[in-house]
Design a binder for this molecule. Structure first.
Ligand SMILES: C[S@@+](CC[C@H](N)C(=O)[O-])C[C@H]1O[C@@H](n2cnc3c(N)ncnc32)[C@H](O)[C@@H]1O
Length: 234
C-alpha cells in the first residue's frame, strides 16, 4: 500500500527513524536479535524503506543484498546511499517477487511492512519459492493485540483497514494499514510451506528510560510489534 509517509516524505521519514524510540530502540534491535551470522549470505530486504537495515546487512558482511520497495522514493534513497553494493528495485510485494529467482536467498527480512499488504498469501508463497531450502525469513509487523485497540468492528478475527494520522515526522501524515489476527498471520505462513521457529514480542532498550520514562514503561508493559522467524518445512 502506498503512503505519502514513504513517498512524498521519504527523506523526512529517513531522518526521523535513525534514532527514534519505536524503530531504533525497539523494532530494529528486536528483529536483529533473531538473525544469525549473516556474513557471506545472500539477503533480500522486502519493504527496505530508506536502507537502514541495508546498511546494517552490509556491515555484517553479506555476500549479496537485494532491496525491494513499492515506493520509488525509497528505492532512490537506497541507491543514493549504497550504490552498487545493493540491487534495489521497485516492486509491490502483494504482486509477488517476479524478479527473484527460486531458491536464491539465504535470508529474507521484511521489517514493518506486512500490515500494508491486504492478502499475505501471495507474499508467503513467494517467500517460500525464493528461499533456499536451508534459508529462513524474519519479519516484524504490528502486534495483533495492540492493533485490536483500533478495531471498529470489535471482532478481533476480522481483518480491517485502519486509517490513522501519525506524527512520525513531527507533523500529522495520513497512514492506512491492515489490522488482522495472529491466526491469519500464522495461517498465511504455514499454509505456504513455511514453519514458524520463533516468535518474539520485542524488547525496548534500557536507554529509553532516560529519553521518556512513560514511553519506556508503556513499551515494557504492552506489546507493540510481533517478530516471527520462519523457514521452509523440511
Ligand atoms: C514502516 S516502513 C519500514 C521500512 C524498513 N523496512 C525499515 O524498517 O526501516 C514500510 C515500508 O514498506 C513499504 N511498503 C508498503 N507496502 C508495500 C508493498 N505492498 N510492497 C513493497 N513495499 C511496501 C513502504 O514503501 C515503506 O518503505
Amino acid at each position: 500500500m502506498k503512503s505519502e509517509l514513504y513517498s512524498k516524505y521519504a527523506e523526512q521519514y529517513d531522518a526521523a527513524i535513525q534514532d527514534n524510540i519505536h524503530n531504533a530502540c525497539l523494532e530494529r534491535p528486536s528483529l536483529q536479535a533473531l538473525l544469525d551470522d549473516l556474513s557471506g549470505l545472500d539477503v533480500v530486504d522486502l519493504g527496505c524503506g530508506t536502507g537502514i537495515y541495508a546498511q546494517y546487512f552490509i556491515a555484517q558482511g553479506v555476500r549479496s543484498l537485494t532491496c525491494v520497495d513499492v515506493s520509488e522514493s525509497m528505492v532512490e534513497i537506497v541507491r543514493a546511499k549504497l550504490g552498487e553494493r545493493v540491487t534495489a528495485y521497485v516492486q509491490d510485494l502483494s504482486l509477488g517477487l517476479p524478479q527473484q529467482k527460486s531458491a536464491s536467498a539465504d535470508v529474507i527480512v521484511c521489517p514493518l511492512v506486512l500490515h500494508y499488504v491486504e492478502d499475505l498469501t501471495v507474499v508467503f508463497k513467494e517467500i517460500h519459492r525464493v528461499l533456499k531450502p536451508a534459508g529462513y525469513m524474519v519479519f516484524s509487523t504490528h502486534h495483533p493485540f495492540a492493533d485490536f485497540e483500533c478495531s471498529q468492528s470489535g471482532n478481533y478475527f476480522e481483518r480491517e483497514l485502519v486509517k490513522q494520522e501519525w506524527n512520525t515526522i513531527s507533523k500529522p501524515v495520513a497512514v492506512s494499514f491492515y489490522r488482522r489476527s495472529l491466526t491469519e498471520i500464522s495461517d498465511a505462513i504455514t499454509s505456504n510451506g513455511l514453519v514458524i521457529s520463533q516468535i518474539c514480542e520485542g524488547k525496548v532498550l534500557e536507554k529509553v528510560k532516560g529519553i521518556s520514562a512513560i514511553t519506556y514503561q508503556k513499551l515494557s508493559n504492552r506489546p507493540n510489534f510481533i517478530f516471527i522467524k520462519c523457514h521452509p518445512s523440511r
